[in-house]
Design a protein around this ligand. Structure first.
Ligand SMILES: *[C@@H]1O[C@H](CO)[C@@H](O)[C@H](O)[C@H]1NC(C)=O
Ligand SMILES: *[C@@H]1O[C@H](CO)[C@@H](O)[C@H](O)[C@H]1NC(C)=O
Ligand SMILES: *[C@@H]1O[C@H](CO)[C@@H](O)[C@H](O)[C@H]1NC(C)=O
Ligand SMILES: *[C@@H]1O[C@H](CO)[C@@H](O)[C@H](O)[C@H]1NC(C)=O
Length: 194
């Protein structure tokens, strides 16, 4: 096989593996932790909600760079959470509107280095526990940036389901898995050729 082609194949393979590893990192670890916590309470597991994840990503980007203090994230006194002036913009970006997110729950946490066990207890052993153990929530989106992780819970009702406003406008989040699929296919073809 041509050495240039094998180099290309190697790069594609490496980047697709990296990609899988990245999207399967601390976020899915936290989700597993949350779901085993729910299992221990005999509450149904949360399933991944792409639109909630999109919003979580937008919010995480805003928190990134802010230092962790005893008044940020899980340490905030309930009711004093910071408001987001650009919230409507994030909703727009994720093809959501306020009427499908009002029953959802946004939960930011700040943990230096995002140490997995500490992150999990920031959710299970804080004010957030009252939401995590609630059967009302059925979906979840998680994103992290810097020392921040944002968990967004969604319900299975219309007012918290995070379903995109006009049907079919939800193209952006679905592009991503599609790209990954192509990468994976190219990688498989490469493997077969080697
Ligand atoms: C946060 O920490 C500061 C100094 O470390 C302390 O004065 C303050 O009381 C703490 N606030 C809370 C809510 O624990
Ligand atoms: C949350 O994480 C911080 C570290 O940023 C830690 O100081 C705090 O004790 C944690 N809170 C809980 C409830 O685990
Ligand atoms: C959920 O947590 C809240 C507050 O932390 C508690 O009052 C409630 O009993 C818990 N519910 C379940 C099902 O564990
Ligand atoms: C949000 O979308 C729903 C369903 O598409 C619609 O009925 C509602 O009027 C919209 N609300 C806002 C604030 O745009």
């Amino acid at each position: 096989m041509d050495s240039k082609i094998s180099l290309l194949c190697f790069l594609v393979l490496a980047s697709s593996l990296l990609h899988c590893a990245r999207s399967d990192g601390s976020d899915s670890r936290l989700l597993k932790g949350i779901n085993s916590y729910r299992a221990s309470l005999k509450v149904p597991a949360l399933s991944e909600n792409n639109n909630a994840a999109c919003l979580a990503e937008q919010l995480a980007k805003q928190f990134k760079g802010q230092p962790c203090t005893n008044t940020t994230g899980a340490n905030t006194v309930p009711g004093t959470e910071q408001q987001f002036p650009d919230y409507p913009k994030y909703l727009d970006h994720c093809h959501l509107n306020a009427s499908v997110t009002e029953d959802g729950q946004v939960m930011p946490a700040c943990v230096p280095g995002l140490v997995p066990d500490v992150v999990l207890t920031n959710y299970t052993k804080s004010q957030y526990n009252q939401y995590l153990n609630d059967t009302k929530f059925s979906g979840v989106g998680i994103a992290n940036e810097g020392d921040w992780v944002v968990v967004v819970l969604s319900t299975s009702t219309g007012s918290g389901g995070y379903s995109p406003a006009p049907p079919g406008s939800n193209w952006a989040p679905s592009v991503h898995p599609f790209n990954q699929l192509i990468l994976l296919l190219v990688a498989i073809v490469c493997l077969l050729m080697m």
